[in-house]
Design a binder for this molecule. Structure first.
Ligand code: MLT
Length: 402
């Protein structure tokens, strides 16, 4: 479940002499959106019936595009920080008609009692705002481009966005999300996988990248280090093509820059037919021996079993959509040499049979200044198979960015 969006119309008297929504009215629209949200949820008196008041302490707004009378603005609201007496709410306003991002804002509140002293946040308010996320695992539900995504967000600091591969979910980054303190770790389930919605249609590298950019907008993240594994690497490269200025570092893990060969394209169609006829379990059975190193399969039958059930639980539309998106993706060879000055790290499992070390070496050599890390004892999934070694290489890289 996620917190419902709120639609508000821009009225002429909120606009300046040039017909744009004026700056003061931006603030009042954000405020109205918050009250509307409470009206539809725990009630507009959720604070006063607890003898408290949410006093606004700080506001930061990014104005992105003009809005005009008659525009319907769609507001999304999430809590980005919750303390005992204070909380931070992030609000995003998009024009409903064309999804243009109009503004994003952060509001810091302190709950105060009648004497103006800080007082705990009312339980009913915290429960409502957390309905879309579990406090324990930091998972939020955020709607972007009409699709509701599950995203785990942990920590403060420079942001790193983890992009998983096919047909997986954010759980492959468990160890890295838990360990990389000092960084804001953002790990979504891509559309069609994990706990995110799986629409029947609407899959391409450019749509996955647009989802991620919209997610970063909602979370108020301008610049990010992208860390993509396999299909996640294809998406990272697409993100770079579209939104290069937002990328402050790049990790390409067990992935490749080349488009599919005709033979691989045919195998994507065959896999899609298998998924439709026999379900995700048939895909899981075929993939498992390819993605884990033989050593991992022998040493960690529990991990292999978990991975099998994760893949077998992927919705068929998500599998079919990802296969088509991979089949139709552009090659990124020409992009590689343009990547400098974006610091880049190429990572590969020593025993990766899907995107082997030779391919990773060639890719690193084609990116000016890129570093290469080969993870011993790992196949196609180093973050899972060799979590500590992978985390260490990521930590070193993130720290080197300053
Ligand atoms: C992945 O791990 O994301 C896929 O195996 C990549 C691919 O099939 O090209």
């Amino acid at each position: 479940m996620s917190i419902p969006e709120v639609d508000l119309v821009v009225y002429p008297d909120e606009c300046d002499a040039f017909g744009h929504l004026n700056q003061a009215s931006f603030l009042s629209l954000f405020e109205r959106a918050r009250w509307e949200m409470l009206r539809g949820g725990p009630g507009m008196d959720v604070f006063t019936r607890n003898g408290s008041w949410p006093a606004l302490r700080k506001t930061v707004i990014d104005y992105r595009a003009a809005a005009f009378p008659g525009d319907v603005l769609r507001f999304q609201q999430v809590l980005t920080h919750v303390g005992r007496t204070s909380f931070t709410m992030r609000q995003i306003a998009r024009r409903a008609r064309d999804d243009t991002l109009i503004a994003g804002a952060e509001f810091v509140f302190v709950c105060i009692d009648r004497d103006g002293k800080p007082t705990p946040i009312p339980q009913a308010f915290g429960d409502y705002m957390n309905a879309g996320r579990s406090v324990l695992d930091n998972v939020q539900r955020i709607t972007v481009n009409g699709v509701n995504l599950a995203v785990e967000v942990q920590g403060e600091g420079p942001a790193i966005l983890f992009i998983h591969g096919y047909p997986l979910d954010r759980s492959i980054w468990r160890a890295q999300i838990d360990a990389l303190e000092g960084f804001r770790r953002i790990a979504p389930d891509l559309r069609g996988m994990g706990q995110s919605d799986a629409p029947d249609l609407g899959y391409s590298m450019s749509i996955y990248a647009a989802d991620l950019a919209a997610l970063l907008d909602v979370l108020g993240v301008d610049e990010v280090v992208l860390c993509g594994l396999s299909m996640g690497g294809y998406i990272a490269l697409e993100f770079l093509r579209q939104r290069r200025s937002r990328v402050r570092g790049l990790v390409l893990m067990d992935t490749r820059a080349e488009a599919d060969t005709p033979e691989i394209r045919r195998s994507r169609d065959a896999a899609a037919a298998t998924a439709k006829e026999r379900g995700a379990a048939a895909i899981a059975d075929a993939m498992l021996p390819k993605v884990l190193a033989a050593a991992t399969l022998g040493r960690r039958p529990d991990m292999a079993e978990r991975l099998r059930s994760l893949m077998a639980g992927t919705p068929v539309p998500g599998i079919v959509g990802a296969l088509a998106a991979m089949r139709d993706r552009e090659g990124s060879e020409a992009l590689l040499e343009t990547l400098a000055p974006i610091p880049t790290l190429v990572v590969v499992g020593e025993a990766d049979g899907v995107t082997p070390p030779a391919q990773a070496r060639a890719m690193a050599a084609a990116i000016p200044g890129a570093k290469l890390a080969i993870i011993p004892g790992a196949g196609h999934l180093p973050p899972l198979e060799q979590p500590d070694a992978t985390t260490e290489r990521l930590r070193e890289f993130l720290r080197s960015l300053g």
